[in-house]
Design a binder for this molecule. Structure first.
Ligand SMILES: [Zn+2]
Ligand SMILES: [Zn+2]
Length: 291
């Protein structure tokens, strides 16, 4: 795929499987790993302080698609999409940490760009009604229709296609609801399971099936096991619960996302070392995965 040169580094802890160049497949770049709120400072620089945002570039052999998972503060750094006239943004849900960067997404300012945003209906509100609420006075001075780009806002279907990429979705267990997203192209299958809390048996069973044989499972592990009890019901999970989903589903790799703003680099690094033998990893801003 094009633009491989812009990776800060390509994953190595998983060896060949996540680092190989493929003609047909998905390339994932991490722009925002943090949950709840952005955080700044040297002690967060390794894993990153921007909130949820992941760029997926999909190549089906003839055409490339740019798909952005969530528009947290990390989206303000997505600036290298000159080749894409059409950009698709899939929002898991409209909690502020997932849409914080949308008003300053650089490509909204480009009149030659078509931007399609998908978001599931929530609280009886369509995707457009939810977005229009945020892009309105007194919360923000511009309506989304005021931006130069041509923006379309769609209710997220359960199943649809973006070029050659097949998208499936399922409801997460999260206060107010969230959407777990699966992207599949050729032999590449990526699961984006952010803002998910374990412990609801039916959703858990469905997530295992949903993640069956995925190449990569991005999994909400905001809390460590010993922190979870006091945060039960907040809508997030833990590394051990993620590893259970990985093992039961046959997903090849798991990467933990939605890091707590209370967890600095040292804490995440030390936590990660506990899971190294089980091939689990905490996402770092700037890293790239080839699926
Ligand atoms: Zn969140
Ligand atoms: Zn949320």
């Amino acid at each position: 795929m094009k633009k491989a040169g812009r990776c800060k580094y390509t994953k190595s802890v998983f060896g060949e499987s996540m680092g190989a160049y493929k003609d047909i497949g998905l390339r994932l770049e991490v722009f925002g790993t943090r949950g709840s709120n952005p955080i700044f400072g040297d002690v967060y620089s390794k894993y990153g302080g921007s909130t949820s945002c992941y760029l997926v570039e999909a190549n089906d052999g003839t055409k490339q698609e740019a798909i952005i998972l969530d528009a947290g503060s990390g989206i303000s750094n997505v600036k290298d999409l000159a080749d894409y006239k059409q950009i698709t943004i899939l929002l898991s849900h409209p909690h502020l940490d997932h849409i914080l960067g949308l008003p300053v997404f650089p490509y909204l300012g480009d009149k030659n760009r078509n931007i399609r945003i998908y978001l599931a209906k929530k609280c009886g509100l369509s995707a457009k009604e939810q977005i229009d609420t945020v892009f309105s006075q007194p919360y923000w001075p511009l309506k989304i229709s005021d931006y130069p780009a041509l923006v379309e806002i769609m209710d997220m279907p359960e199943s649809f296609d973006i070029g050659g990429v097949h998208v499936d979705t399922m409801d997460s267990n999260h206060p107010g609801g969230s959407t777990i997203i699966r992207l599949a192209l050729g032999e590449s299958k990526l699961i984006y399971a952010t803002d998910y809390e374990h412990g609801e048996p039916e959703t858990e069973r469905k997530l295992i099936e949903f993640s069956r044989d995925a190449n990569l499972l991005l999994y909400d592990a905001q809390y460590m096991e010993d922190e979870y009890e006091k945060c039960r019901g907040y809508g997030h999970s833990t590394p051990e619960e993620g590893i259970k989903i990985k093992e039961k589903s046959g997903a090849k790799e798991i990467v933990f996302i939605h890091h707590s703003p209370e967890h600095n680099d040292l804490f995440l690094y030390e936590s990660e070392r506990r899971y190294t033998e089980r091939a689990a990893h905490f996402a770092r801003e700037g890293e790239v995965f080839y699926l």
